[in-house]
Ligand binder design. Structure first.
Ligand code: ATP
Length: 301
């Protein structure tokens, strides 16, 4: 079932068109990654969906109802959440619950439940000002979930965190996606690939690619063999470009990326060639292109 449907969304700031004719839908129960480079229009899009910015034109329907105020169904974590540092987590969440129209008792019960779920119950009576970045992000997700929204929207939930914090939030998102539809923005493609079911890739405010991750993989993923060496392999790279089994060769410094029709069939042929030419290779990896490669292709178009 479609939870949200976005049609021809446009947002202009003066002459600058930040979001241009964007259409997509979000299926209930899916975890969707909104991908784009800096300035692509991710925050502007999410803010329009969260009813925090008015679109210049276009429509957003939620559960079939068009352009209604559906904020009660949405939980939103902004890119730069602001907390009251003198409050503790329980006080903050209860306030957020009450602001969204819940009773104090219900807000308190839900706050305790969420602090437990998000793994910060031990720190619930500590002042938020002393929280780490990862703990603040967890608290931000808790405030977004306080009123049991149907759709959780997270704007760049991991980009400001260190590797440990990032891992923790990614694991948390994997847990949350079991029970809540999630739309999150990121420019860290590897993270998106790890948690999302569907992808919406935008470039300069326009939709570039969208679909389920598995379908995009099927459509765009290519086998690639990467060879690194102690010396520049440019001349060798050019010499294998015309092999029937090779679709593309990219050579940079001492590394050659060889896109092939079937890596399993080509790797031995390449290893024999490398041995015959006595190339001083340091690394030989067989794999497939990632979402990042597709993204780079889109951005480079
Ligand atoms: P980032 O990853 O850097 O946060 P983003 O994909 O979220 O980027 P947006 O913040 O949505 O991108 O911005 C999209 C474009 O719209 C940018 O060129 C930005 O400068 C412009 N923009 C955003 N908000 C405003 C505003 N209030 N006034 C003028 N221009 C704006």
């Amino acid at each position: 079932m479609k939870l949200m449907e976005v049609q021809s969304l446009i947002k202009s700031f003066g002459k600058h068109v930040a979001v241009n004719d964007l259409s997509f839908s979000i299926e209930e129960g899916h975890c969707v990654a909104l991908l784009g480079a800096n300035g692509a229009g991710k925050t502007t899009t999410l803010e329009m969906l969260a009813n925090l910015q008015k679109p210049t034109s276009g429509s957003v329907s939620f559960l079939g109802a068009e352009n209604k105020d559906f904020r009660e169904y949405i939980g939103y974590l902004p890119q730069y959440p602001v907390f009251f540092p003198w409050m503790n987590a329980v006080e903050y969440l209860v306030l957020m619950g009450e602001l969204s129209g819940m009773s104090k008792a219900k807000s308190l019960a839900r706050a305790n439940e969420l602090l437990e779920l998000l793994g910060i119950a031990d720190a619930k009576k500590r002042k938020i000002g002393g929280y780490s970045g990862g703990m603040k992000q967890r608290l931000g997700i808790a405030q977004a979930l306080i009123h049991e929204p149907k759709l959780l929207m997270l704007d760049e939930p991991v980009s400001a965190l260190d590797p440990v914090g990032r891992r923790e939030i990614l694991e948390l998102m994997k847990l949350l996606k079991e029970t809540t539809t999630i739309l999150f923005s990121t420019h860290i493609l590897h993270d998106a690939e790890e948690v999302c079911d569907d992808v919406i890739m935008i470039h300069k405010g326009e939709l570039a690619v969208s679909g389920s991750l598995s379908e995009l993989r099927r459509q765009y993923q290519e086998d690639v063999i990467v060879v690194s060496a102690d010396e520049n392999l440019e001349a060798w790279a050019r010499s294998i470009e015309n092999w029937d089994v090779v679709t593309k060769v990219i050579s940079t410094n001492n590394k050659v990326e060889i896109y092939v029709k079937n890596a399993a069939e080509t790797r031995n042929q390449l290893l024999v060639e490398i041995a015959e030419k006595q190339l001083p290779i340091t690394k030989f990896t067989v794999g497939q292109t990632s979402l990042e490669d597709l993204f780079m292709e889109v951005v480079g178009r």
